[in-house]
Design a protein around this ligand. Structure first.
Ligand SMILES: Cc1ncc(COP(=O)(O)O)c(C=O)c1O
Length: 450
């Protein structure tokens, strides 16, 4: 048995992996990783893989980044953790100050949570609770977009719409209003992203006009529905949504857990629509892929709706044990230093251009319906029939074939159904992007044959 096989056998006897039908591992080898460096992951047999998906979209500046490692090492000798109720610490304060500074205007308060789904849960509760504290007791409904994803805990799952994750648990979930997504894959031939996104907004406008007094918040993933097969839309939808939320007195929750911190070409995706949400959820890239941490940013005005004498019971009594963990905050600060010092957003724009050019030829592939991109995210959608866009049956798992090919060629290209995508760490080189595009092309060729 190889080293990989030995470790995998131990793993399979005790672990239960996320988002996995474990029986697949009877034929699909699991890859135990020994070490990481930059864009590279190395397994126990010495094989190396470019982490083209930033390990579920968390990694920003490569694995084992020396600057982030060093910040983590100093923090661990100072303070590993302290509860955040009644106590505080320097990294939590500094990070909150920095986030207030760099996030869109009016987001002046930072509430710490400890993972993405929990940030979404906290934002939903805060929205409802804030209206309640202001005397609006009937505002208890949430609006979401079709094909959206906000996490796996029950509240987050309820406001999501990816059937694969949601359907089984439907009887357990709160009812929400689902509006058709502005996902531009559905636009007419020749129609621009902008005009399609404007057209799609009509349904949202009608719902808010009719039920605004019962609606607490609309929750969206700005610009890219990542887990929903990397479907994308135009910023105009967010601009229109912000205006309508103001008109009908409804909160806007922007879930930038996947797209925040430079993924779409700007530090936050909302910037492209020139809007500020009522609640901004951040996680994943917040700690550059090191540790679980998340925040909900909101306005001073919303914060004040909870601020009262204790006996009035208006406080937000929501907590998680690892809220504001100092190690997470320290690495997040180190990551923000890299953004500040290394001209990351401008460099990403150059890398994004390389990604465009390296994948452009795939538009002509007989089984590719679309190559779409927002900044550092490129998605390639495979279909059975290019003319009708009939998808390959999901049971054929074509995306998985691309993944298997990529592993043999030294890349981690975990697909979303029939969509192969590149969402690499920002330390990737132009040559490595070209290598990934070539591996993806070969994989798509093989996966769509027969
Ligand atoms: C947009 C979005 N929201 C929420 C989540 C959930 O985050 P976590 O996996 O940390 O719970 C994800 C995870 O992929 C996400 O993409």
């Amino acid at each position: 048995m190889s080293n990989n096989q030995q470790i995998a056998a131990r793993d399979l006897s005790v672990l239960w992996h996320p988002c996995t039908q474990m029986k697949d591992h009877e034929w699909l080898p699991m890859i135990p990783i020994k070490r990481g460096e930059g864009v590279w992951l190395e397994d126990f047999d010495g094989n190396r893989y470019i982490d083209a998906v930033s390990s579920w979209w968390v990694n920003l500046f490569g694995h084992a980044n020396p600057r982030i490692n060093s910040a983590l090492k100093s923090q661990v000798d100072q303070l590993e953790h302290v509860m955040l109720a009644g106590f505080s610490h320097e990294p939590a304060i500094q990070l909150a100050e920095r986030l207030v500074e760099i996030t869109p205007e009016r987001l002046d308060r930072c509430f710490y949570v400890d993972n993405g789904s929990s940030a979404v849960e906290a934002a939903l509760k805060m929205s409802y609770h804030s209206w309640k504290n202001q005397g609006h007791k009937g505002k208890h409904r949430f609006v979401t977009l079709s094909n959206s994803y906000h996490g796996e805990t029950l509240g987050a799952l309820a406001v999501g719409d990816v059937a694969l994750y949601k359907e089984t648990y439907e009887p357990l979930l709160m009812k929400v209003d689902t509006v058709t997504s502005p996902d531009c894959f559905g636009r007419e031939p020749g129609e621009s992203w902008e005009s399609f996104s404007i057209r799609q907004f009509a349904e949202m406008e009608t719902l808010l006009a009719n039920k605004g007094n019962e609606i607490s918040a609309v929750i969206v993933e700005p610009l890219v529905q990542c887990a929903g097969n990397m479907r994308m839309y135009h910023p105009i939808y967010l601009t229109l949504l912000r205006e309508a939320c103001d008109r009908y007195q409804v909160h806007l929750i922007a879930d930038e857990i996947a797209v925040g911190f430079g993924r779409t070409g700007t530090m936050f995706a909302c910037e492209q629509a020139k809007i500020s949400p009522d609640f901004l959820c951040l996680s994943k890239g917040l700690t550059a892929g090191y540790l679980p941490l998340s925040v909900v940013m909101t306005s001073e005005q919303t914060y004040r709706t909870f601020y009262d004498d204790y006996e009035n019971l208006t406080a937000f009594l929501h907590s998680h044990s690892y809220t504001g963990n100092p190690l997470g905050c320290a690495v997040a600060l180190a990551s923000l230093d890299i953004f500040r010092d290394d001209n990351v957003i401008a460099n990403n724009q150059c890398l994004a251009k390389v990604m465009t050019e390296a994948t452009a030829h795939l538009v002509d592939h007989p089984h590719v319906a679309e190559v779409r991109q927002h900044g550092m995210i490129v998605a390639i959608e495979m279909v059975k029939n290019k003319q009708t866009r009939e998808p390959f049956p999901w049971q054929e798992r074509r995306g998985l074939r691309v993944y298997q090919h990529a592993l043999k060629k030294g890349a981690l290209l975990r697909p979303l159904g029939n969509v192969t995508y590149l969402m690499p760490p920002y330390v990737i080189s132009p040559e490595q992007i070209e290598t990934l595009a070539q591996i993806a092309t070969e994989g798509i060729d093989q996966a769509t044959r027969s």
